[in-house]
Design a protein around this ligand. Structure first.
Ligand code: GLC
Length: 459
């Protein structure tokens, strides 16, 4: 009998263990539950920082992808294309034909870089996580990667572990830290000669090094489109990440693991300026955790060519965040630091405004989920909903002077407006709630651009 019990217990523990163990294939990888902190977080800050922050230039017109200043090197090497020509002309006239992209490293000094100040700003902005480009398509590593010998921020340029210092500062503020990592490298000869060796001896060792050194909560690959995930050995890396790595319990990853993986695999799907590759997805509800990313202007890397009119307003960005959250997404808003390590003041100002709004209204954002009964969201929608436990939040992005009707709810315990102490009048019958917006004066108005009604106990 005792013997049988021992066998029985052993079987149970093997079963429990095998539930935790992921095989290196998508079928198995896709069964991993997504750590809920990510969907609760809603708002993160992306940082694109590298040698491209030195020329810091891109066109301000054309298709969205053509405006990216972080594509400078690739673009200047394609002068025969319409967009490449613009970069090449700028480059030749400012730096001269003989000036190589690599030469920019002597002006990448980060002498004003204060990671604690950045991390405080991100916290003030109400962000819950930060994602830094550990290495963009140029291949320049922001950490002392021995696999990018003499092509990393510690060996040359700033002579500093930019990634490690930010990771430490961000974690000190209680925020989650993550790394963007480009799988491909435009001009790495090994990548072009022998992709298998590149993956085996360069890319995978770099990815593991990043994870082991800094224990990030997010791993954010990109530059995956040249090859299927099999070539990148993505499921093998993910099985290691989920089974063995030091961050296996809480790490989250995106969907950029190979030419076939976007919107299919990964803890969360990504959209970029409302696009998945070239497909417009604005307005869709995505039934999987997802994250939209964009810059405050039209580029990720800092673009000196952009003027105030190229930057979105704080109001636009707050409305943008609300739209994504109401559709079940997160917003990863990008800032582009300068080569000397400053975050441009106008970008700081946008972040502060978002933070001011979130300090009062964050209850209707953080930790919420899609309200299944919500009316469909379209381009003209100005009334959005989010749900948390039994409470419903109605977020109005335009001041509504008239009554607002909500269908499909239970009788609420109370209705209030976040940040406003006065009473909010309402009536209820059937499953229909009618809210009468209060008469606000400048002193009692809690927001310049979006008002949140908390409808307690309506779900
Ligand atoms: C893209 C671009 C890139 C940017 C990124 C952000 O794939 O190549 O420059 O880093 O996506 O989502």
């Amino acid at each position: 009998m005792k013997f049988l019990i021992v066998i029985f217990c052993a079987a149970i523990s093997v079963a429990a263990f095998s539930q935790q163990k992921y095989e290196p294939d998508w079928e198995s990888i896709d069964t991993r539950p997504v750590p809920s902190w990510f969907e609760d977080a809603k708002f993160g800050i992306f940082l694109h920082w590298g040698l491209y922050s030195v020329p810091a230039w891109g066109p301000t017109d054309g298709h969205i992808y053509e405006k990216y200043a972080e594509w400078y090197w690739r673009r200047m090497m394609q002068p025969e294309s319409t967009v490449g020509k613009k970069f090449r002309e700028f480059h030749d006239s400012v730096y001269g034909e003989g000036f190589k992209y690599q030469d920019f490293v002597s002006d990448f000094k980060a002498e004003m870089y204060d990671p604690n100040q950045w991390a405080e700003l991100f916290k003030d902005a109400g962000a819950k996580y930060v994602v830094l480009t550990s290495k963009h398509h140029e291949g320049f590593a922001l950490w002392p990667s021995k696999h990018s010998w003499n092509w990393n921020a510690k060996d040359i340029g700033p002579h500093r572990d930019l990634a490690g210092d930010l990771s430490e500062a961000v974690k000190k503020q209680g925020l989650h830290m993550g790394f963007y990592f480009s799988l491909y490298e435009w001009f790495n000869p090994l990548y072009h000669e022998d992709v298998e060796r590149y993956v085996d001896q360069h890319m995978l060792p770099q990815m593991k090094d990043l994870v082991i050194r800094y224990e990030p909560d997010i791993f954010w690959p990109d530059g995956e489109w040249d090859h299927p995930s099999e070539t990148w050995r993505s499921t093998e890396f993910l099985a290691w990440l989920y089974n063995e790595s030091p961050v296996r319990g809480h790490v989250v990853v995106n969907d950029r693991w190979g030419s076939e993986t976007r919107s299919k695999h990964g803890d969360f799907y990504t959209t970029e300026y409302d696009l998945v590759h070239d497909r417009e997805i604005a307005g869709e509800v995505i039934h999987h955790p997802w994250e939209e990313t964009r810059g405050i202007g039209g580029s990720f890397g800092y673009n000196r060519n952009e003027n105030l009119d190229d930057y979105e307003s704080s109001e636009f960005l707050i409305h943008y965040l609300i739209d994504k959250v109401a559709r079940g997404g997160n917003l990863l808003l990008n800032v582009g630091p300068t080569a000397d390590g400053r975050i441009p003041v106008i970008q700081q100002q946008r972040l502060r405004d978002i933070g001011d709004w979130l300090r009062i209204n964050g209850e209707g954002i953080y930790g919420t989920r899609v309200w299944e009964n919500a009316p469909e969201i379209g381009g003209e929608t100005t009334v959005f909903f989010t749900a948390k436990e039994n409470d419903l939040y109605l977020i109005s992005t335009r001041w509504e002077g008239n009554d607002i009707t909500v269908e499909g709810v239970n009788r609420p315990r109370s209705v209030s407006m976040l940040g406003y102490d006065g009473r909010v009048e309402y009536s209820f019958s059937g499953n229909r709630l009618v809210i009468t917006p209060p008469a606000l004066d400048p002193a009692s108005n809690p927001s310049p651009c979006a008002w949140v009604y908390k409808i307690s106990g309506a779900l």
